[in-house]
Design a protein around this ligand. Structure first.
Ligand code: AMP
Length: 542
């Protein structure tokens, strides 16, 4: 027997429609790429998104066609998202921090028909445009006054382009499993892989993100996503904030500590989300002038492990932290370290111990850890295993890749190594390819990095496994010092001594001027392994 409830497909544009109807005057504030602060609201965003839909429809963009955006977090980008998805086209967010050749590869693989972009990225696109045969036209997120001369094919300023539509248009209706958006993973090896979200998965993910124990922002709150729309749906915020009626503040192109601080302060932001590098810049800026953020209640931090010292700095400022883990393939939320009973009562180091885990999954994500043969491992907080996940917003395949990516039980192997404790709190210890195998035992490079970065002179730390004749591999700690600070190998090792098992202690410390990063801000360990490929430990007899 079937239930007697309405058939109400979970379509992304229903979210912006709801925001316009119920939270129509709620503000969306942007530091525009042109400079000034711009203010709009959900009703206007919905109205203009409909014009985007109408305009794309008139240009012949159909269900399933790909439209790329290469753009900062702005109100125009948000309108374009909903406008593209609202006719069943696929919003393909491209990460502008990739190398131009990678951008070209991705656009060609997706066969994008239209590219919508910011003024900032015109020069990059002009350089690769002749290698992009599928692209029929470029729309630049600006107005006539700021539109430059460009060689980009059929280029038009966004404001002129949507002005040609009167907005008398209806969202299209289709099956909720229709593809809505795509985002390529910025893998460090092999070709990038296209993750294809559906309308249903995005809507369900928004509902998962909306709980108090997830992103935790309500209609009375203000959210500033520093995390870009092109980094895994800005962690779902582009859907969850309008669905809750949360005020949005977009930072545009300026992500430095001073600019982010200014927006957090002047817009009285209560919730914000971003990667640790961004928070490092903010905390340094605030510390230099003893600044405070009295309205800020929660910093969501993910993408890379959040160092303990950073968690403590925010708590000292009176700001709660929510350490989160996820990945592009998971839409992206996997786990969040909310404090469930009895942990909310904890203080001091015991509190930091819990906040430093990557947390537990919301309803809608199932996880398990297994050994290499696929056997389930216990949730005892100690046993490391391959972290595997399943859920309605987790990928089951990559775009145009003919390979099965799920195990027999339908779980996706995240490529991360983790422990899970009896309360469901998960702790990432490594990427499976970065784990250090010393004498048959595993050493967590992330734990060592987190510890080393707590030294006051250390700006950033990376640990890689280097060949050792007796132990196979031993940890080499690579340090970038803060500007104007000094520390020796011995200082760093002394600082770490006693805080970890003796056999986890790095065998050596190397100092570098800069640590390389991927386009999403993660430490690029392949480049470091390459850089140190001839390195040999001084204590290792040949
Ligand atoms: P991406 O798809 O670019 O978001 O990258 C996902 C990967 O980032 C995960 O598989 C993890 O390896 C890493 N990651 C994300 N969040 C965290 C975190 N809180 N701690 C450690 N690693 C993380």
């Amino acid at each position: 027997m079937r239930g007697l409830m309405q058939d109400w497909p979970l379509l992304c544009h229903r979210i912006i429609e709801h925001a316009a109807e119920v939270h129509g005057t709620q503000e969306v504030v942007t530091r525009s790429v042109e400079g000034p602060i711009h203010r709009t609201n959900y009703r206007q965003i919905r109205d203009r998104a409909l014009k985007v839909s109408q305009r794309l429809d008139r240009d012949g963009i159909k269900l399933g066609d790909r439209v790329a955006t290469i753009a900062w977090n702005t109100w125009r980008h948000l309108e374009a998202w909903y406008g593209i998805m609202g006719i069943g086209a696929i919003c393909h967010t491209v990460n502008p921090r990739l190398f131009p050749d990678q951008i070209a590869w991705i656009i060609n693989h997706a066969e994008d028909r239209v590219v919508m972009t910011d003024l900032t990225f015109i020069p990059i696109l002009e350089k690769i445009a002749d290698k992009l045969p599928s692209v029929e036209r470029y729309i630049v997120f600006t107005d006539k006054a700021h539109m430059p001369q460009t060689t980009l094919k059929n280029a038009m300023a966004y404001e002129d382009w949507i002005a040609e539509a009167d907005g008398d248009f209806k969202w299209k209706t289709f099956d909720e499993n229709t593809a809505a958006a795509m985002c390529y993973t910025s893998g460090t090896t092999g070709d990038p892989k296209g993750v294809l979200y559906s309308h249903r998965s995005n809507v369900l993910h928004a509902l998962m993100a909306n709980s108090g124990d997830s992103l935790g922002a309500n209609a009375a709150d203000t959210m500033l996503p520093v995390v870009p729309l092109f980094h895994a749906n800005s962690w779902g915020i582009a859907f969850s904030a309008p669905s809750m009626g949360t005020k949005l503040v977009f930072p545009g192109a300026k992500l430095d500590g001073a600019s982010v601080y200014e927006l957090l302060d002047t817009e009285k932001v209560t919730h914000t989300a971003g990667v640790p590098t961004v928070w490092l810049m903010l905390l340094n800026h605030m510390a230099a002038s003893s600044l405070k953020l009295p309205h800020l209640r929660m910093v969501v931090c993910g993408g890379s492990a959040m160092p303990r010292s950073m968690i403590k700095s925010f708590l000292d400022l009176g700001v709660a932290v929510r350490h989160a883990w996820g990945m592009t393939e998971m839409s992206p939320i996997g786990t969040l370290a909310a404090l469930k009973p009895p942990f909310a009562e904890l203080k001091g180091e015991a509190l930091l111990d819990i906040l430093q885990t990557q947390g537990y999954p919301p309803f809608g994500v199932q996880m398990k850890i297994t050994d290499d043969s696929g056997k389930d491992l216990p949730w005892d907080g100690k046993t490391f295993g391959r972290l595997k996940v399943s859920g309605p917003a987790v990928s089951k395949a990559y775009f145009r890749v003919d390979a099965d990516i799920l195990d027999e039980a339908g779980y996706f192997d995240t490529g991360d190594v983790a422990t899970i404790d009896a309360d469901g709190y998960m702790r990432i210890t490594d990427r499976s390819k970065d784990v250090i195998k010393s004498g048959g035992e595993w050493i967590s490079s992330i734990d060592l990095e987190n510890l080393a970065v707590g030294h006051p002179a250390v700006a950033e730390a990376a640990v890689i496994g280097v060949y050792h004749p007796k132990w196979d591999e031993r940890p080499l700690l690579i340090i970038q010092l803060k500007q104007g600070q000094s520390a020796t190998r011995e200082d760093i090792l002394k600082f770490m001594d006693g805080k970890i098992a003796k056999w986890w202690m790095p065998d050596d410390v190397a100092f570098v001027d800069g640590i390389p990063h991927t386009a999403t801000g993660k430490i690029l360990k392949t480049a470091l392994r390459d850089q140190f490929k001839s390195y040999r430990f001084p204590n290792a007899a040949a």
